[in-house]
Design a protein around this ligand. Structure first.
Ligand code: KIV
Ligand code: ZN
Length: 380
């Protein structure tokens, strides 16, 4: 099995499905360019058949992006797939991602189709897509809640018809890590031609486990592609967060043993661009990209970080694109952090007694004001 983990970014498709997150063509192109700088392997640029606007977005991104594969989503029918292929024509590397729901619930209540009809449609759609594009991904929507026997039948046929990637969505965020990982491993073990395709995970965050589930799909299930979005953007509680998966795999390489093509120093610029464009602000305590992710407010932590950064930091802020770690000065801050900030601000201090006096006044102020800004210190 490969040691390379493929990062498939779906910020511009599944991410955009968040109510209120729709983007213009120019905005999408700007984000796609940043995703290319981030060196994601695949950019899902949109759903070409869903509207003329989305068709244009996919086509424009396909025409400009050269270093990442550009993908369009398509329902499992000839019209959608032909539209996707048309929009992807200018791409240096193109992928068609076709899907159909396979859970009893979705087949009966939503599609109003029998399992045999879904099976046939999945098969014919992958065949049709493969005639138009060499790189075809197939997703059984609501896959995690589907009957494993039926799923084995559909997925085996999809591989036979030429699907190069099989993606197992946890569409409603119902999975838990061990079970999701075992679910994928069981499929891979039972399907005779399973080694002919790359297996992929696609997790939603309804129970806050999208990243954990995705990583279990990789480690237990043997998946080698993760579908994710910048800032975990996505419908309802969002999708698996790209920055968290990437930094987990990089920081704990001792455990995951996987390589990534991603340039992590582009993560924070990507996060900011997506937040600014969509208006979806990032919570301050969000892992990796939150404003406080590398901030230290307590005196003990500040003192530790100033003496040896790895006392309280497992990643380097600059490695994910922050300019530097941020020591937040407040009432819990120690003298050492205060003195360091004076130096950073270029404030000359003649004696230790002066520093002590200023530090006492700083503590008085901090009792009255939760965060102390540089301007406050300069005033002191
Ligand atoms: O969540 C989901 O099932 C999807 C599919 C279209 C892949 O987004
Ligand atoms: Zn999804």
């Amino acid at each position: 099995m490969s040691d390379q983990l493929i990062i498939f970014d779906t910020t511009l498709r599944d991410g955009e499905q968040s109510p209120g997150a729709s983007m213009t063509k120019d905005e999408k192109l700007r984000i796609a360019r940043q995703l290319e700088r981030l060196r994601v392997d695949v950019i899902e640029a949109g759903f070409a058949a869903s509207s003329n606007g989305d068709f244009e977005c996919v086509r424009t991104i396909a025409a400009h992006i050269k270093d990442s594969t550009v993908c369009s989503l398509a329902r499992a029918n000839d019209r959608d797939i032909a539209r996707a292929a048309e929009a992807l024509k200018p791409a240096a590397n193109a992928r068609i991602h076709t899907f159909i729901a396979t859970s009893e619930l979705h087949m009966q209540k939503k599609l109003r189709m029998t399992a045999d009809e879904v099976f046939e449609q999945a098969k014919l759609s992958v065949r049709f897509a493969r005639n138009l594009c060499a790189d075809v991904e197939f997703s059984p929507e609501d896959g995690y809640r589907s009957d494993p026997d039926f799923l084995c039948r559909v997925l085996e046929a999809a591989i036979e018809e030429g699907a190069t990637t099989l993606n197992i969505p946890d569409t409603v965020g119902y999975a838990v890590p061990e079970l999701y990982g075992a679910f994928i491993r069981n499929l891979r073990e039972r399907i005779p031609n399973s080694d002919k395709a790359v297996w992929s995970v696609h997790c939603h965050n309804d129970l806050g486990m999208a990243v954990a589930n995705s990583l279990a799909g990789v480690m237990i299930g043997g998946a080698r592609q993760v579908e994710c979005t910048i800032n975990g953007l996505g419908e309802r509680a969002g999708n698996c967060s790209l920055e968290e998966v990437v930094m987990a795999v990089k920081t704990r390489r001792d455990y995951f043993g996987l390589d990534l093509r991603v340039d992590a120093s582009q993560i924070v610029p990507a996060s900011r661009l997506v937040a600014q464009t969509t208006g979806f602000v990032v919570q301050p305590n969000k892992a990796v990209v939150g404003a406080n992710a590398f901030a230290h407010a307590s005196g003990i932590h500040q003192d530790g970080v100033l003496k040896a950064r790895d006392t309280y930091e497992i990643m380097r802020a600059e490695d994910v694109g922050w300019s530097a770690n941020k020591i937040v000065l407040g009432k819990l801050s120690g003298r050492n952090a205060f003195k360091q900030r004076l130096q950073e601000l270029g404030i000359e201090t003649d004696s230790e007694a002066d520093i002590n006096a200023a530090f006492t006044r700083f503590k008085d102020l901090a009792d009255r004001k939760s965060d102390i800004f540089d301007e406050d210190i300069i005033a002191l």
